[in-house]
Design a protein around this ligand. Structure first.
Ligand code: DC
Length: 227
C-alpha cells in the first residue's frame, strides 16, 4: 500500500507569491509541486473555448468531471500542466482566464471533482500544494500549512511584473482592481472560501524577498517533519 505522503499546504490570495514560493520550497525539499489554481484556470479555459457560460453549473460540472490533470517539470525547470493530455500552461495565464477561473470555482460541482483529483495527486507522494482551500478542505490534516498574505499594492506590483515578463501589457491600477475583485469573490463564496486554517502559519510577505519566504517555510517544515 502506498504510504501517506507528507503534504505542505500553501494558501493565500492572488499575487501574494504563492507559486514562486511553493515551487522554490518544493525544489529545496525534493517534493512535487501542484498548483491547484492552474486546474481551475484549465476548467475556465476549456469552458470559454467550448462556449460554456460561467453560470452554467450543469455543463461546467460535466466538463470538470471528464478532465484528467498531469503536472510535469521540464529540464529547464519550467512547470507544465497537461489537461487530458493537452499542454495549457501558457493559455491559462491570460488575466481574463484568472477572472473566469474565480467565477467557475464558485460551483460546488466543479470543486468536488477538482478536490478529488487533488487528493489523488497527493496519494503516496510528498508534495507542496498551493491554492485557496488546501489547508481547510483538500488536506485539512496536512502536517504543515502556510497562509501567505501581503499588502494589495505589493501584490499588484508582483502580478504586474509577472504579466509584463510574459509580454502582456496592462497597468498596476487595473491589475490591483482585478485582484481585489477576485479576492472579494474568493473570500466571500459559500463553498470553501479563502481563509487561513486554524492551525496555519500566517506569513506576511510584503517586506520579504522570495528567498526569505522560502527559507522561513523550509525552517517551519524542518521543525515538523519526522527525522
Ligand atoms: O491561484 P490562481 O490565481 O491561479 O487561481 C485562479 C482562481 O481559481 C482563483 O481566483 C480561485 C480559484 N481557486 C480556487 O477556488 N481554489 C483553489 N484551491 C485554487 C484556485
Amino acid at each position: 500500500m502506498a504510504r501517506p505522503g507528507f503534504i505542505v499546504a500553501v494558501d493565500g490570495p492572488s499575487g501574494v507569491g504563492k507559486s514562486s514560493a511553493s515551487r522554490g520550497l518544493a525544489r529545496r525539499l525534493g517534493f512535487r509541486h501542484v498548483d491547484t489554481g492552474a486546474m481551475y484556470r484549465a476548467v475556465a479555459l476549456l469552458a470559454a473555448e467550448g462556449g460554456i457560460a460561467a453560470t452554467d453549473v450543469a455543463k461546467l460540472t460535466v466538463l470538470a468531471r471528464g478532465l484528467s490533470f498531469d503536472f510535469e517539470e521540464r529540464e529547464d525547470g519550467s512547470a507544465r500542466i497537461l489537461v487530458s493530455g493537452r499542454d495549457v500552461s501558457d493559455a491559462i495565464r491570460a488575466p481574463e482566464i484568472g477572472q473566469l477561473a474565480s467565477a467557475v470555482s464558485l460551483h460546488p460541482g466543479v470543486r468536488r471533482h477538482l478536490v478529488e483529483a487533488q487528493r489523488a495527486l497527493g496519494r503516496g507522494c510528498d508534495l507542496v500544494m498551493e491554492g485557496r482551500d488546501i489547508g481547510t478542505v483538500v488536506f485539512p490534516g496536512a502536517p504543515v500549512k502556510f497562509f501567505l498574505s501581503a499588502d494589495p499594492g505589493a501584490r499588484a506590483a508582483r502580478r504586474l511584473k509577472e504579466l509584463r515578463d510574459r509580454g502582456l501589457v496592462t497597468d498596476q491600477a487595473k491589475v490591483e482592481a482585478e485582484q481585489l475583485e477576485r479576492d472579494r469573490r474568493d473570500s466571500s463564496r459559500k463553498h470553501a472560501p479563502l481563509r487561513p486554517a486554524g492551525d496555519a502559519i500566517v506569513l506576511d510577505t510584503t517586506l520579504l524577498t522570495l528567498d526569505e519566504v522560502i527559507q522561513a517555510m523550509e525552517q517551519a517544515v524542518a521543525s515538523r517533519r519526522p527525522a
